[in-house]
Design a protein around this ligand. Structure first.
Ligand code: UGA
Length: 437
């Protein structure tokens, strides 16, 4: 297939490279010249395991090109829209400026019979409006909504071998043609029996936000249990193991800790609330406000634990922060609980020294007031407290015995419940986890 991908951020860059890897001819479009220059040289503008490799092999094969010029989409039949839908400043709702601009820029280049495929996460009702916009300009082009479920850190695998495909298409012949084109795009996944749900626009749009809302709720549920565990002496990790054995519940996404962050879950639950209110059904997802509130309280809990263990205040205390990214195997710091906690501790007068295997550069740009080091030993040297906030393998494997020699005060706050309390305590540390005795 000849494919264009509009927007070469996280979603678009991975999608473009993965589609070329599958044998399609792909052009990626973005208005950011620096991003296009990097991608054209085979450099990923963000850290994503496996992406540089497929980017370089696809570029070498000649099947993948990048451009800042929309006219370059002219050779393609299927056009994916993969631009961002961030939270509006000062509001809960999603900002659709980029989606609307992408479709407006694309429309003049559409040929008869072309298919535009929305991938961005949008409020329900967006696809119907965009479809009308496309139809007003070209009555033979059509739209499908094909949400993306990739996880950062596993983005290439999730794109090439998704766990399901969802097509939102119009009724009748137009929809059948759209489905047939998408089947060609995803032929490899379909050959491997990937489940495929063909539905209408509204359902496809809602599937995406419902999935993220469910995941966020699952995390906040276990974090709420952590809060109860903290006042009753229970251990939320054992609790999660025990309820997780029930296949109807499942153990995944039941890790209590400093909570969820990133460019998706937090803004998606807020945009969902805003859209539900617009539709007159705010009460149906009112619980998402609680989900958000529980999540944000966990950041405060970590700060409070550090304070409590340091005798009530952190002023002039050296705090080593291990982890800045919103999750391991990522350099993404959007709404990162880890970075938020580091900033809060700094604001309280602590001498924060932060480290992360990949996210220092992004963190420094956003918060130049913090001290960063790429060396764990330097970070923990003479520290009064160590706070683990992103469960990178490097931090999970730290040796408590060796580390005890380097710090002034053997205090470890495990904001991700990723360490073995027994091992740390045996080595002489005060260990505090989240929702653990
Ligand atoms: C999320 C969804 O998992 C993807 O399916 C979706 O496609 C994507 O958003 C998106 O909308 O584009 P992602 O943002 O990469 O993916 O991150 P997750 O793996 O979902 O983790 C989100 C946050 O939850 C992280 O901060 C993570 O540390 C936290 N988390 C996760 C927990 O605190 N506990 C858990 O048990 C699991």
């Amino acid at each position: 297939m000849k494919i264009s991908v509009i927007g070469c951020g996280y979603l678009g860059a991975v999608h473009a490279a993965s589609m070329a890897e599958l044998g399609h001819d792909v052009v990626g479009i973005d208005i950011d010249e620096a991003k296009i220059a990097a991608l054209s040289e085979g450099r990923a503008p963000f850290f994503e395991p496996g992406l540089p490799e497929i980017l370089q092999s696809a570029l070498a094969s000649g099947r993948l090109t990048f451009s800042t010029d929309f006219a370059a989409v002219g050779g393609a039949t299927v056009h994916f829209v993969a631009v961002g839908t961030p939270q509006k400043p000062g509001e809960y709702a999603a900002d659709l400026t980029y989606v609307n601009a992408a479709v407006d820029a694309l429309v003049p280049h559409l040929k008869d019979g072309d298919l535009v495929v929305g991938k961005s996460t949008v409020p329900v009702g967006t696809a119907a409006a965009l479809s009308a916009r496309i139809y007003a300009n070209n009555q033979t082009a059509s739209l499908a909504w094909n949400p993306e479920f990739l996880r950062e850190g596993f983005a290439v695998k999730d794109t090439i071998s998704p766990d399901r495909l969802v097509y939102g298409v119009p009724a009748g012949e137009t929809g059948e043609r759209a489905s047939a084109l998408l089947d060609e795009v995803y032929a490899a996944a379909l050959q491997n029996d990937t489940p495929r749900v063909v539905t209408d626009f509204a359902t496809a749009e809602l599937v995406k936000v419902a999935a993220n809302a469910f995941l966020a709720t699952k995390i906040s549920f276990i974090n709420a249990m952590a809060e109860i565990a903290e006042v009753s002496g229970a251990d939320v990790t054992s609790l999660a193991d025990a309820i997780g054995y029930d296949a109807r519940i499942g153990r995944r996404f039941l890790n209590a800790g400093v909570g969820f962050g990133g460019g998706c879950l937090p803004k998606d639950i807020r945009a969902f609330s805003a859209r539900a209110e617009e539709l007159g059904r705010g009460e149906s997802v009112a619980f998402l406000k609680e989900v958000d509130a529980i999540n944000l309280r966990r950041r405060q809990r970590v700060v409070d634990l550090v304070k409590e263990e340091l005798g009530g205040q952190v002023y002039k205390k050296k705090v080593a922060v291990l982890g800045l990214a919103f999750k391991p195997d990522s350099d993404d710091i959007r709404d990162s609980p880890a970075l938020d906690v580091a900033v809060q501790l700094h604001g309280l007068g602590a001498e924060v020294v932060a480290t992360d295997p990949e996210a220092i550069e992004n963190s420094r740009k956003r918060h130049p007031q913090l001290l960063f080091t790429d060396n764990i030993d330097t970070a923990v040297n003479r520290a009064d407290a160590i706070v683990v906030l992103t469960e990178w393998k490097q931090f999970r494997e730290l040796d408590p015995v060796a580390l005890a020699e380097k710090v002034d005060n053997p205090l470890i706050i495990d904001g991700r419940n990723c360490l073995d309390p027994g091992r740390w305590r045996t080595a002489g540390w005060t260990y505090r986890g989240m929702g653990r005795p």
